[in-house]
Design a protein around this ligand. Structure first.
Ligand SMILES: Nc1nc2c(ncn2[C@@H]2O[C@H](COP(=O)(O)OP(=O)(O)OP(=O)(O)O)[C@@H](O)[C@H]2O)c(=O)[nH]1
Ligand SMILES: [Zn+2]
Length: 197
C-alpha cells in the first residue's frame, strides 16, 4: 500500500483505483456484503462522486477569476445567493448553503460568473465555513485590489443535523470584511440591506 508521502499533492483524478479499493474496504469494515448487487458499482460511483465534490483540489482558486476588466465603476457590486456544497473537514459530512459576495471596485472588475467559480473552487474540498469565507475575501482582495470586500456565507451542517447534537434547521452565518468595509458600518449596512431585496 502507498505510504502517506505518496498522497501529498495528489487528487482524485490521480488515484481513482486506490480510492475505489479503499471505499470497498470500508464497506467490508462496516459489515456490508460487497458482492451484493446494489453495492457492486458503489466504490466506482463514490469515486466519481468524489471527483465532483472534491474538484476544488484540481484548481487554483487564484486562477479562476481569469481576465479582469478595467472599468471605472466604483460603487458596490454584489453577487448574492451563490449556492455551494462543501464537506466539513471534521466529519467529511456535507454542509451547504449560500454565499454572498460584495466588493467596491477600484478600477478592476471581475466577470460575474468568475465570482461563482471562485466559490466552487474553495468549497469543493474538505473545509470549514470560516475558512471558505476568509479565502473568498482574501483572494478577491489580492486579485482585484478593490477598495473593499465583504463576504457572507450561510451554511447548514449535516454533522450538526443528522448526528451529534442533532439540530436540523440551525444555520451558521460567517462574514469577512476587508478594506473600507472594515471601517464603514454604513457600507456593511448597505451590503446587508441589498441581500434582503
Ligand atoms: N468552526 C467550525 N466548526 C465546524 C465546522 N464544521 C463542523 N464543525 C465542528 O467541528 C467540531 C468537531 O468537534 P469534536 O468534538 O472534535 O467532534 P465530535 O465529537 O464529533 O463533536 P460533536 O459534533 O459535538 O458530536 C464540532 O463542534 C462541529 O460542529 C465549521 O465549518 N466550522
Ligand atoms: Zn462536521
Amino acid at each position: 500500500m502507498a505510504g502517506r508521502k505518496d498522497y501529498v499533492n495528489s487528487k482524485v483524478s490521480d488515484n481513482r483505483e486506490q480510492i475505489e479499493f479503499h471505499v470497498k474496504e470500508i464497506l467490508k469494515l462496516i459489515g456490508e456484503d460487497v458482492e451484493r448487487e446494489g453495492l457492486l458499482d458503489t466504490p466506482a460511483r463514490v469515486t466519481r462522486m468524489y471527483e465532483e465534490i472534491f474538484a476544488g483540489y484540481e484548481v487554483d482558486p487564484r486562477e479562476v477569476l481569469g481576465v479582469t476588466f478595467d472599468e471605472q465603476h466604483e460603487e458596490l457590486v454584489i453577487v448574492r445567493d451563490i449556492v455551494y456544497y462543501s464537506q466539513c473537514e471534521h466529519h467529511m459530512a456535507p454542509f451547504y448553503g449560500k454565499a454572498h459576495i460584495g466588493y467596491l471596485p477600484s478600477g478592476k472588475i471581475a466577470g460575474l460568473s468568475k465570482l461563482a467559480r471562485l466559490v466552487e473552487a474553495v468549497t469543493r474540498k474538505l473545509q470549514v465555513q470560516e475558512r471558505i469565507t476568509s479565502q473568498i475575501a482574501d483572494i478577491l482582495d489580492e486579485e482585484l485590489a478593490p477598495h473593499g470586500v465583504m463576504v457572507v456565507v450561510e451554511g447548514e451542517h449535516l454533522c450538526m443535523c443528522a448526528r451529534g447534537v442533532k439540530k436540523p434547521g440551525s444555520k451558521t452565518v460567517t462574514s469577512a470584511v476587508r478594506g473600507e468595509f472594515r471601517s464603514s458600518s454604513a457600507l456593511r449596512s448597505e451590503f446587508l440591506a441589498l441581500l434582503k431585496q
